[in-house]
Design a protein around this ligand. Structure first.
Ligand code: GDP
Ligand code: MN
Length: 388
């Protein structure tokens, strides 16, 4: 789960990670009032959406007075922000964060994430803050500094100091940086984050360190331990398809291809996507209907897949381990009858009662395309798209 910058910064504050003062506003008048109460002259008006790159997209504006803050907020609120990280249709801005302006001397980068291969936490820093870190990593990899923290040993001060030296911080900033990284590390662990990213971490002209931006991702599977984090969810920021799927207990991720997939089991769903790609096709979604999928979920899954206008064909790939294939077949037939499915549907059923299931499909009179193996299913659905 993602949260907004203002929410991330409230957590930073709680963990002793320094951030500028700021206030949330949902109207231009509130923005003016916030600028007035901050009392710093210069403020920054920042669009709150779950996407980075806001600065370049016009979602971050400097203002020198409450009146300017009001004007900036009126331009940003309600705008559709397009950045490299927003979906193609952009994101509507509903909230702005008004923050005390900083006189920036240096922009740095700092992140904590999980290095699965090393089985450790990676703390990543760079002198190239304010840039896209992927570009820095690709073009000047020597500018990326990494220390790996063993979760059993925990973060050691010398590791944070090593980063501080690598960033060229001045002697009097080293201690501040170590406590900055310590606070962030504690937040990362205690709240079960999967990623913390600060871009930029700034050094101000008077030598202070601040998190000027903040991105936090949380492990969904650990959210039950953190109701206060779960409460930060902003449903308006989430993919409506994924939200609708979650509400009915389906695990769905929208992709940009044209073959809709309905599979039970995450592993089989991944294998199905691989097979579609291997056969020369492109999946429109990942959809795990769950190991114990029932007729109702089959119908709901079809509905969800058909809402995606990109979908030119559907591949149903069910392994009957816990479920019975005949029940699934009935679900497919009911869904196809009820939902006016106009695209070709390839169905592969294997496992418990597979032959009964196939018989139900055959006798339904619907133009369903049966397949026995996964490879055959992949070929058939790719061919179906080609001829559609
Ligand atoms: P992002 O574009 O979504 O990553 O949003 P950021 O919060 O990183 O802001 C983008 C850029 O705006 C930063 O890299 C800074 O260069 C600039 N910026 C943000 N806050 C301030 C500020 O207080 N003072 C100044 N001078 N620039 C700022
Ligand atoms: Mn940023």
């Amino acid at each position: 789960m993602n949260v907004h910058e203002y929410q991330a910064k409230a957590l930073f504050r709680e963990y002793g990670v320094p951030v500028p003062d700021g206030e949330l506003a949902t109207t231009p008048a509130e923005a003016a009032a916030a600028a007035r109460s901050l009392g710093t002259g210069l403020v920054v008006v920042k669009a709150q959406v779950h996407a980075g790159g806001r600065g370049k997209g016009g979602g971050v504006k400097l203002a020198n007075s409450p009146a300017e803050a009001e004007k900036a907020a009126s331009e940003i609120l309600g705008m559709t922000l397009h950045t490299p990280q927003t979906p193609p249709e952009g994101k509507i801005v509903r909230k702005v964060y008004i923050e005390a302006g900083s006189a920036i001397a240096r922009e740095l980068y700092l992140a904590i994430l999980l290095d699965r291969a090393a089985e450790k936490f990676a703390i990543v820093a760079s002198t190239e803050g304010g840039m896209e870190i992927e570009v820095v990593a690709a073009e000047t990899p020597d500018k990326i500094l990494t220390v790996l923290v063993d979760p059993n040993e925990g973060l050691q001060d010398f590791q944070a100091r090593r980063l501080a030296f690598g960033l060229g911080l001045e002697a009097k900033q080293i201690g501040d940086f170590v406590s900055f990284v310590r606070g962030l590390y504690r937040l990362y662990l205690e709240k079960d984050c999967t990623q913390v990213e600060i871009n930029p971490l700034v050094v101000t002209e008077d030598g202070k360190l601040f998190a000027l931006d903040g991105k936090l991702n949380f492990d969904d599977n650990a959210l039950f331990r953190h109701p206060e984090i779960a409460a930060l969810r902003d449903a308006e920021e989430e993919d409506p398809r994924e939200r609708a799927a979650a509400e009915i207990g389906l695990s769905y991720v929208g992709l940009d291809g044209n073959i809709g997939c309905m599979v039970n089991g995450a592993g089989l769903a991944m294998a199905t996507l691989d097979m579609i790609s291997h056969c020369g096709g492109s999946p429109a979604n990942f959809l795990d209907a769950g190991g114990g999928v029932q007729e109702e979920q089959v119908k709901a899954a079809f509905k969800l897949i058909l809402q995606d206008e990109q979908v030119k064909a559907i591949l149903v790939n069910i392994f009957g381990g816990i479920v019975r294939c005949d029940l699934i077949a009935e679900g497919v037939v009911a869904a196809a009858n009820e939902l006016d499915v106009r695209v070709p549907v390839v169905v592969r059923l294997q496992g418990t009662n597979a032959s009964e299931g196939r018989k139900i499909l055959q006798e339904s009179g619907l133009a369903l395309i049966p397949a026995e193996t996964l490879a055959e299913a992949g070929d058939k659905v790719v061919a179906a798209v080609g001829s559609a």
